[in-house]
Write a protein that binds this ligand. Sequence first.
Ligand code: NAD
Ligand code: MLT
Length: 314
Amino acid sequence: MMKEYRILVSDPLSEEGIFPLRDAEGLSVVFDTELTPQELAEKIGGFDALLVRSKTQVTRELIEKAERLKIIGRAGVGVDNIDLEAATEKGIIVVNAPDGNTNSAAEHTIAMLMSMARKIPQAFTALRNREWDRKSFVGVELKGKTLGVVGLGRIGMEVAARAKGQRMNIIAYDPFLTEERAEELGIGFGTVEEVLKASDFITVHTPLLKETRHLINAEAFKLMKPGVQIINCARGGIIDEIALYDAIKSGKVAGAALDVFEQEPMVDFRLLDLPEVVATPHLGASTFEAQENVAIDVSHDVVSYFSTGTVRNS
Ligand code: NAD
Ligand code: MLT
């Protein structure tokens, strides 16, 4: 590499994981993870690559100011914080790290499922308040119950495999899932409506797209069994939070486990006031292993891009 390329890391990324960038010749890396959108817009013109997680919003306005930018690396799966159309129009490549946090996100989903079913966070909160209350926290077993998986991609597939270990029956919907493939996997197959109707627990694992925004809305809740419990460790906005609030208040939904929210950081805390809700602040990929994996993957892509002009994107 003859020229010096400047890389800005604007969200917290594993410092160990970016070793491919540090080891490469001709790349200089700047970590600046506390920039306001305005400060970022002022700085971006001086960089050839930008590495982000989900906090930085890579908007059209930002991209328009990115005079030298050639590549944006998303250390994670979802690219919904990046204006892909604006990047493409400017000839900027966008790469993500689709595999590195699959395991962590699947484990977190199972942790949320079990916490919700057995009301562990609620019981712990009571105990911390010195209340020895065994009556309010009676849960339900998972064994023999049906878990509906909406979106059977990398994470959905791992969640289904782990839930089978809990002796749950699985039914899934994914536009790319065939009946034959479902049979091979030993799971049930249905349309999204059939999955919603058949499930005791529902977990969503789709990307956030035009088609999946509010996929779980008031109409969808009407199809579900009374007492259904629902998990979202994918993206805020797949579930309509107002419809979820109403469905919990009406008694239709008995539990919700949420890692992601329509607005992050969260501003509307009403759902958290409901005793049926357990929640974490977007921690699905927050393990040392996942953060190192995704940082390594995007760093390799950036090095590869500046040295050979190609990327692997995985
Ligand atoms: P993936 O691309 O492997 O799988 C997504 C699946 O959704 C695909 O199989 C796709 O066919 C399916 N799909 C698309 N549209 C659909 C629809 N309308 N109905 C049903 N299925 C549909 O992605 P993944 O790695 O499994 O990630 C899944 C989600 O989890 C993404 O939204 C990702 O951003 C999110 N994620 C969250 C965390 C976290 O920290 N909470 C961590 C990693 C990933
Ligand atoms: C992702 O899409 O990979 C997740 O949201 C994880 C993250 O970057 O925090």
